[in-house]
Design a protein around this ligand. Structure first.
Ligand SMILES: Nc1nc2c(c(=O)[nH]1)N[C@H]1C(S)=C(S)[C@@H](COP(=O)(O)O)O[C@H]1N2
Ligand SMILES: [Mo]
Length: 206
């Protein structure tokens, strides 16, 4: 196994389009908004212009779909998640974020996992506006997790004290979704908890 490719993954040169339901073509940069809500002191609804007025960053990273394709060296531009977290003035009791999408898809991750410099609320790929088929005008970009954690057509970030497992997560997919641990399914999360318990590394997340 190459150190670059996570276990069980195969490199693809193309870029598959994968999602439940249809593409919401009516959602454009002009109609799109992003709601910051939940356990926050500064709830807000941002327009695309508001998003562009925030600090921007480009990240180059590999993406890994749980169905086993990996695409190398993708280049994304957007606003770091941490900037939006700070903009929302998240309360100390908030630990998770639910990413709410157009048409009802959701996924979630701990705020800590989303708070490093690789995670973007992204609007541009390889220098071009994100295509509707790939989640445009705006989607999450979370390259260190399987790609189902990178919510397409993002419409809200809901900050919560308790986790609320998302669309794929309640259908048997891992809530951890770590390509390097190869936690693909719920049962793999249980395996990881056992491994960490044995090593005295397990910290319950409530
Ligand atoms: N809103 C929404 N986002 C979603 C999905 C979805 O069904 N709906 N599918 C996820 C899955 S399983 C994958 S692999 C990626 C695929 O992104 P792509 O079509 O740009 O390759 O989007 C993720 N984000
Ligand atoms: Mo996926």
């Amino acid at each position: 196994m190459s150190a670059r490719i996570p276990p069980g993954q195969i490199v693809t040169k193309g870029w598959p389009v994968l999602h439940a339901g249809t593409v919401p073509y009516q959602l454009t940069r002009d109609t799109w908004t992003l709601k910051l809500s939940g356990e926050v002191d500064a709830p807000a609804t941002l327009t695309f212009a508001d998003l562009l007025a925030l600090p921007q960053k480009s990240v180059t990273a590999d993406i890994h779909c749980v169905t086993s394709w990996t695409k190398l060296d993708t280049v994304w531009t957007g606003v770091p998640f941490s900037v939006l977290r700070d903009r929302a003035a998240v309360r100390p009791n908030a630990r998770f974020v639910v990413m709410d999408c157009e048409q009802g898809f959701t996924t979630s991750l701990p705020i800590d996992v989303l708070s490093d410099e690789t995670v973007l609320v992204a609007h541009t790929v390889a220098g071009a506006p994100l295509a509707p088929e790939h989640g445009g005008p705006v989607r999450m970009f979370v390259p260190k997790r399987y790609f189902y954690k990178s919510a397409k057509w993002l419409r809200g970030l809901r900050f919560l004290a308790k986790d609320e497992p998302g669309f794929w997560e309640v259908r048997g997919y891992s809530n951890v979704a770590d390509p390097w641990l190869e936690t693909r399914y719920t049962v793999d999360d249980v395996r990881e908890i056992h491994r960490m318990r044995k090593a005295n590394l397990f910290q319950p997340t409530g």
